[in-house]
Design a protein around this ligand. Structure first.
Ligand SMILES: C[S@@+](CC[C@H](N)C(=O)[O-])C[C@H]1O[C@@H](n2cnc3c(N)ncnc32)[C@H](O)[C@@H]1O
Length: 332
């Protein structure tokens, strides 16, 4: 993580000030360190350049920990399946299997081959209109941030599609964040492979309990973070606390009356922010002024499973065919 973050951070558990012991630094980057909360005594390490600011109290469904490591364990125990996934021509695999092969290749550090597999898989998994609509939101966010050099904090970055797009387009440093240390370790190696590692910092924290001081974040972004944070509770109030500037989110909304998807979203605690009828009121109740731009409707269906690994789903939602409205949500 870059050292500019030191002034922005505090204890995510009690909001106390942090006292830092820096063990290994390279220029303006901190590789190994420990932060001690001067109020509650909690400690937060920096390991392999990743600041770890998770608190023990929040329940977390870390799907990267579950799916990714479960996939590797499964393939180690089933050598025939592994051969069917890894030892055949890439184009002969179903798109979902191409994506799973990419996950394995990344785990092996073969990033060039992994990138080729992902690039082939995505147009088979999502429609052209869907991908164009998402990239259109990325362009829109980059356009809004042109000229700014303030750090961009990207929430729930996952595999970092938006973070990568912004790091390539804009001069501002990008902070890649997620509550999964596993995906952040992968992101570190991925951004090194892309030659972008000096442009990014990595921070592990839960979006519902962030480690930022009040108003410390000038620019907060997320690509579909709002669609993935289960049981958001006071998420929007917490983000309002830390954002002194603007929150630009690639958002997606389900149609009113889409009961099949609504029921599944409710079961995962994801319904609050995924319907146009309820999301603006939730933002306003948390003290935000919100506007929607660049609206774009696309047909979406459950992602098709692979043939080699038919039981693993790429996306949990939608569970039934629907029309999703994507947009850029700007909140101040
Ligand atoms: C599918 S990614 C979203 C796409 C990603 N932003 C991109 O641009 O590629 C969703 C991520 O949200 C993370 N996530 C879910 N709940 C979270 C939370 N409460 N706090 C932080 N990250 C969370 C998951 O670990 C996952 O990596």
């Amino acid at each position: 993580m870059h050292d500019f973050l030191l002034d922005m951070l505090q204890c995510p558990a009690c909001y106390g000030a942090l006292s830092w012991k820096l063990d290994e630094q390279r220029a303006d980057r901190i590789e190994e360190a420990e932060a001690l909360c001067t109020v509650c005594g909690a400690t937060y390490p920096v390991r392999e350049g990743i600041g770890l600011f998770l608190t023990p109290d929040l329940p977390r469904a870390d799907l990267w920990e579950q799916t990714d490591s479960a996939l590797m364990r499964y393939l180690r125990a089933h050598s025939g399946v592994k051969r069917a996934l890894m030892n055949v021509a890439l184009h002969s695999l179903a798109p979902a299997d191409q994506f799973f092969r990419a996950l394995v290749l990344e785990e092996l550090g073969k990033f060039a081959q992994a990138k080729a597999a992902v690039d082939l898989a995505l147009p088979g998994i999502y429609s052209e209109a869907y991908l164009a609509c998402v990239v259109g939101q990325f362009e829109h966010i980059a356009g809004r941030l042109t000229g700014s050099v303030d750090p961009i904090i990207d929430l729930a970055s996952g595999r970092g599609a938006l973070a990568e797009f912004l790091a390539r387009r804009l001069p501002a440093p990008v902070v890649v964040t997620d509550f999964s240390p596993r995906i952040l370790r992968r992101d570190r190696r991925w951004f090194e492979f892309l030659g972008l590692s000096n442009r990014i910092s990595l921070l592990a924290f839960d979006a519902r309990r962030t480690p930022f001081k009040d108003g410390a974040v000038t620019t907060l972004t997320t690509n579909q973070g709002l669609a993935n944070i289960q049981q958001p509770g006071d998420l929007l109030k917490e983000l309002r606390r830390v954002v002194g500037g603007v929150f630009l989110a690639v958002a997606q909304f389900y149609p009113e009356g889409d009961e099949a998807n609504a029921a599944a979203l409710r079961a995962h605690g994801l319904d609050a922010l995924l319907f146009h009828s309820s999301a603006p009121a939730q933002f306003e109740a948390a003290g935000w002024e919100v506007e929607f731009a660049n609206r774009c409707a696309v047909d979406a269906a459950p992602t098709s499973p692979g043939d080699v690994l038919p039981d693993v789903q790429i996306d949990a939602f939608p569970v039934a065919e629907t029309t999703l409205e994507f947009c850029m949500l700007a909140a101040r």
